[in-house]
Design a protein around this ligand. Structure first.
Ligand code: B1M
Length: 226
């Protein structure tokens, strides 16, 4: 590369969303809200900042953890830093609070405590006018069946991030079948370790790769409800 080209690359401004991502990857919990506010002031949409800034930053953090440059304590701090950033964005993403659609039962599977992505899906669904029954993390299949019965929901979403807990998806599907509810309930899955192959293996109905896709899936199913 010539000198001029490399100089150009050096002076290329880092955009505000990139700065949010960098602040998160550096685990700068003190600076994250300022970076997010600056991105908002620059006219970026809250959802864009959440997905392209914070969401992409978390993927980099995952890779740094995998390559052993970051440790478990760094993952914990990353989660807290992400939540600080989301605290600024969530009120701007949330809708008017009126829930006209759903309900959707949402949770992270048994044995898995990751909740940031699930929470983003909950926020986006609420913003789109869905009532959401959020069961939290590490949820046993019996609680899922109880929630489906109590709420009368026919829409279900589960978040799965760690490979060892993939078997929990099967436990949920089996419990729903045993309760005689499978015909009534459409099931979507999402999260870092989910794939189309998993959807096929467990006979699920859809895969949501991000919160926007998740909302699209439930919107489509809502229109097909009797
Ligand atoms: Co952990 N972790 N973690 N972690 N962690 C991952 C998932 C990992 C990929 C990191 C890595 O090694 N590269 C890896 C899993 C590898 C694997 O099994 N395939 C991993 C591991 C190994 C672990 C532990 C086992 C580490 C250990 O103890 N040695 C441990 C497991 C604990 C447990 O659950 N039992 C662990 C713990 C943790 C913390 C608790 C420290 C922390 C979570 C904090 C929290 O959630 N409150 C943490 C974090 C932060 C991560 C990473 C870095 C980031 C996850 C995140 O929040 N992403 C993660 C790396 C990665 O995912 N690449 C990693 C941001 C979020 C917005 O994205 O959750 O993907 P995501 O959600 C997206 C979409 O996936 C989709 O929409 C969301 C928004 O766009 N989506 C859905 C999610 N759920 C959906 C549901 C739907 C639809 C769409 O329903 C229809």
């Amino acid at each position: 590369m010539g000198n001029a080209a490399s100089r150009l690359l050096e002076v290329e401004p880092v955009d505000a969303i990139e700065r949010v991502k960098k602040t998160l990857v550096e685990l700068d919990i003190e600076g994250i809200q300022t970076a997010v506010r600056e991105a908002l002031d620059g006219g970026n949409a809250p959802l864009d900042i959440a997905l392209r800034g914070l969401g992409e930053g978390m993927k980099d953090i995952g890779e740094l953890f995998q390559s052993e440059e970051y440790y478990l304590a760094d993952l914990v701090l990353a989660g807290e830093t992400m939540k600080e950033g989301m605290a600024v964005l969530e009120p701007l993403i949330s809708g008017d609070g009126a829930s006209r659609k759903g309900p959707v039962v949402l949770f992270t599977v048994k044995g898995d405590v990751h909740d940031i992505g699930k929470n983003l899906v909950v926020t986006m669904l609420s913003a789109a006018g869905f009532k959401v029954v959020d069961l939290g993390v590490d949820v046993a299949e019996t609680r899922v069946v109880d929630a489906l019965r109590e709420s009368g929901a026919s829409l279900l979403g589960m978040s799965v991030l760690i490979t060892p807990m993939i078997s929990s998806i099967g436990d949920v599907v089996d419990a729903i079948k045993e309760a005689g509810l499978r015909e009534r309930v459409r099931i979507a899955v999402g999260g870092a370790c989910t794939t189309p192959e998993l959807v096929e293996k467990f006979g699920l109905d859809a895969l949501g790769r991000d919160a926007v896709e998740a909302v699209g899936i439930f919107e489509e199913w809502e229109t097909k409800k009797a």
